[in-house]
Design a protein around this ligand. Sequence first.
Ligand code: HPA
Ligand code: ZN
Length: 338
Amino acid sequence: MTDPAAFIAGLPKAELHVHIEGTLEPELMVALARRNNVALPYADVDAVRAAYSFGNLQDFLDLYYQGMNVLQQEQDYYDLAMAYLRRAAEQNVLHAEIFFDPQGHTDRGIPFRTVIDGLWAAMKDAERSYGLTTSLILSFLRHLDEAAAERTLDEAMPWRERFIGVGLDSSEKGHPPSKFRRVFARARSLGLKAVAHAGEEGPPGYVREALDLLQVQRIDHGNRALEDDALVARLAQEQMPLTVCPLSNLRLCVVPDMTQHPLRRMLQAGLVATVNSDDPAYFGGYMTENFAAVQQALGLTRDEIVTLAGNSFRAAFLDEAAKQRHLAALAAYAAAAI
Ligand code: HPA
Ligand code: ZN
């Protein structure tokens, strides 16, 4: 095929699994620490990067929650989101659905309004300046209890029109989807979409719970669903999208080596897999780098790459006309590539 790296860079794509707090690059972290007089346990930017060696999800989360302490003012949230959206647009991301973790901020005394006003202003400016579309998904921290998630949803209600759905993230093991059944039911009754991280470190049963109890419309990660043939058959039959994150999986030791990544097996099983960056500042790459790493390790064909990008539009929370417009742009791009 055409140089795969160039093909991937220009590929029209959607990002469906990115945590805005996970786009905090070490340079911005250090700059915001200085601006806000927040002490950081690192001497410089290189020391921040050097600390990013993770044995599992919790190792990462400990640094992720520490890193977000530098976010204090509305302008910080604006700068964070603007930097991500500029990069996304440069990589031909046409649409981004972005998680944010309100409890990671409000539990430190940052008002919900500060967080959402900063993110929202950046999203609107980026839409105008870069031409992509964006949405927010409010994610509950699953290591906290359901009552805290309920309070977070209450607190978010004045800004109901600014987010399209709810998600579930943070420490997976020991915090099954069943813990959040009621708050998800309430969110769905408010017309919100539902997604949940499941099967990243947790067992296939957590993926089933996300489907049956939370009635999600996408599974975030879903890797461990492959351990259960009946579950794979169900996910394929229901065409349930999985938002897969290759560099995240590698850096959090969900896969031992990129050549062992299950992405091709997912496609071959008929699953609606997509490629995403998760926490790009922590895991070594944005959308293009994720596609490139997994393409190279697995030798993905151009058709497989186009299928993955097509899945990202099909799985997006976009109206049918927008999906068809993006799929047509993708088809035209693929046809024009030599
Ligand atoms: N898994 C769970 N929680 C998270 C992640 C993740 O990959 N990134 C940010 N919060
Ligand atoms: Zn995630």
